[in-house]
Structures are given as C-alpha cells and as structure tokens.
Write a protein that binds this ligand. Structure first.
Ligand SMILES: [Zn+2]
Length: 282
C-alpha cells in the first residue's frame, strides 16, 4: 500500500511541524497525537509484523478478554437485528479469530480478511475467512457492509491514506469500526508532574508497533480526507493483557514499585477509558 504522504519532520495527522520530543516519541502540539519518532522506515516496520510467528499461546492466555472484546465490538456496531447477513472485512485481522465470533452472531455472513502478514492467518480459521493477499488489497474490487479495524489504527504507517482507501470499499450505508488506544488522563498528568513516570508510560505504550496514540482531536482529524463522520463513539477501558504485562513493558524491576503499580492499576482501571470505539459513516 502506498504510504508516506507526510514529511519526515511533520505531524503525519495535521501536518504541523513537530517540536516536542521525548525519548522515542514526538507529541504534536496542535492535534495532540503521540507519535513513534523518528518515523520508522519500511524495513523496521516490516520486521515488526512480518517476522511474527503464529502465537497460539498468546491467544490461549487472553481468550476471555478477546471473546468479550469481540462481542462488545459487534454489539456496538450492529444494534438490533436489522440485517441478518453482512459482508465484512477484518482489516489487519492477524489470526482470523474474529470471523469465528462474527459468524457465531451472523452465520450467513461472509468475512474477508487482509493483513500485512499474509501468513498470520491460522490454519484452523482459514475456512471461515476469505483471505485477500495484502499486496492485492488496494486494487481488489470487493465492497463491504462493515470494515472492522480491531486494534489496527495505531499500527498503520499512514492512517490518513488507509482510511481513504477503506472509504472507497464501502457499500452504500457501509460503516467502518475502529477500536484504538487514546491518551487518557495519566498521560497529561505525568507529563506535567513526573517525567520519569511519563517516560515509562511512553516506553510501555509507544513503539514501532504502536505508532500513534490518539487524542480525540487527532482521531477526528485523521478523517479529513474522506467524507466519513464519526457516527457513534465511546471510550472504553480495555487491557488485552494483565496490568503486570504492561508494567513489565515499562521495564520497572523494583518489586515494591511494581506491586504498587499493579495495585493502583487494579483500583483505577475503570477510570482509564483508554480506548476509542468509533463507528464511521458517510
Ligand atoms: Zn498534529
């Protein structure tokens, strides 16, 4: 897919000159988006996803969260039962597990999948998914009723370009669903009061895999080259792993600090609302 419409020293969302850099990140002072910076090159990005092995263990460890997460997404996007069959696309769908859950609700639906890593689709889920090879995707003519980006929008190199490509693949009345991390209150708080903890948060959440952490404004701006509008939105607390997993990612080794953080995270989890759930429509 064509990418890199943006300049190397400018915000890829609003095109302002970037001027706030902390460690491996840049924060745009205009739209507020937090970016992995300097922008990684093609090789670096490909090595993140293309070398990923089929990780059955990860699925086994997070299955309750995944199942509940997919259920919440589907019931958020499709209210009532106005329609019984859909043609949907699971963009960046990795293992293809989403098709299993979607077809549990709507067995007559067709689920398509595409992913930057064509080999990430599990053998076991192949029969449930119509795979479109990543290199064929942009020119593929299939149109969809709903396109799902489940934890994908933060991974893509050029979100503005992607969303304009996806817009063209919608049927009349088609919808796009996006579920993606946003900066919630701990970001501005620690940015102000404690740069040590702020850097740990950046280390735990921004990486060559998580290229942008949205603000409400930057998320809205990312649709500016399309006719899409935010039709429905909510904020949601969701961790795909235990707090312990993220704290390990922050590279905190002191056992006491770690237990305090795990305890606090447990207590305050409901205030995080760290994800944006949004349905986009023309
Ligand atoms: Zn910006």
């Amino acid at each position: 897919m064509k990418t890199e419409n943006y300049m190397k020293d400018k915000c890829k969302i609003c095109n302002s000159l970037l001027n706030e850099f902390v460690d491996h990140t840049a924060k745009c002072s205009i739209c507020g988006v937090l970016l992995y910076f300097p922008y990684p090159d093609k090789n670096q990005l490909e090595s993140v996803f293309l070398n990923e092995e089929q990780n059955y263990e990860w699925y086994a460890n997070s299955f309750t969260r995944k199942l509940n997460g997919f259920r919440d997404i589907i019931t958020f996007v499709i209210e009532g039962t106005e329609q019984k069959e859909y043609r949907v696309l699971d963009y960046g769908g990795a293992s293809g597990q989403f098709a299993l859950i979607f077809k549990t609700f709507f067995p007559k639906s067709e689920v398509y999948i595409t992913d930057i890593n064509d080999n990430s689709l599990f053998e076991e889920y192949k029969s449930l998914n119509n795979q479109i090879k990543f290199n064929d995707f942009e020119n593929d003519q299939t149109k969809f009723d709903i396109i799902f980006l489940n934890d994908v929008y933060e991974h893509v190199e050029d979100p503005l370009y992607l969303i304009s490509v996806l817009e063209k693949k919608l049927n009349k009345n088609g919808k796009i669903f996006i579920d993606t991390p946003r900066q919630f209150w701990i970001y501005p708080l620690f940015r102000k009061i404690n740069s040590y903890i702020y850097k740990k948060i950046l280390r735990g959440t921004v990486s060559a895999a998580h290229l942008q952490i949205w603000t409400n404004y930057s998320f809205k701006l990312s649709l500016k080259n399309t006719d899409l509008k935010i039709f429905k939105k909510k904020y949601y607390t969701e961790l795909t792993q235990d707090p312990d997993y993220y704290i390990r990612g922050m590279n905190i080794n002191n056992k006491i600090i770690k237990s305090i953080l795990v305890f606090l995270a447990g207590l305050m989890l409901f205030t995080f609302r760290n994800k944006i759930f949004a349905v986009l429509k023309k």
